[in-house]
Design a protein. Structure first.
Length: 84
């Protein structure tokens, strides 16, 4: 019983870091798919405007008051997140 057994300690791999990590590619994929969806929606809007002979959009241009307010809130919250 006087034998000393050698103990090997193994560490588990934690994954890749930087541009090869799974999270980085996941975020990049989300950005690309959202950009493609946004481009598709703009293309379909302009396609419909080009195909009709009437006024487009039929109700006239939308009011921008609420959209500008929401954009300001979104940008300010992004600034606070970056600051923190």
């Amino acid at each position: 019983m006087g034998e000393v057994m050698a103990r090997h300690e193994y560490t588990l791999p934690v994954g890749s870091a930087g541009e090869r990590s799974g999270g980085w590619w996941g975020c990049l994929t989300v950005v690309v798919t959202e950009g493609a969806l946004f481009g598709y929606l703009i293309f379909s809007y302009l396609y419909l405007a080009a195909q009709t002979g009437q006024q487009w959009p039929p109700e006239g241009l939308p009011k921008l008051g609420l959209g500008i307010l929401n954009t300001g809130i979104l940008l300010s919250s992004s600034g606070f997140v970056w600051f923190c």
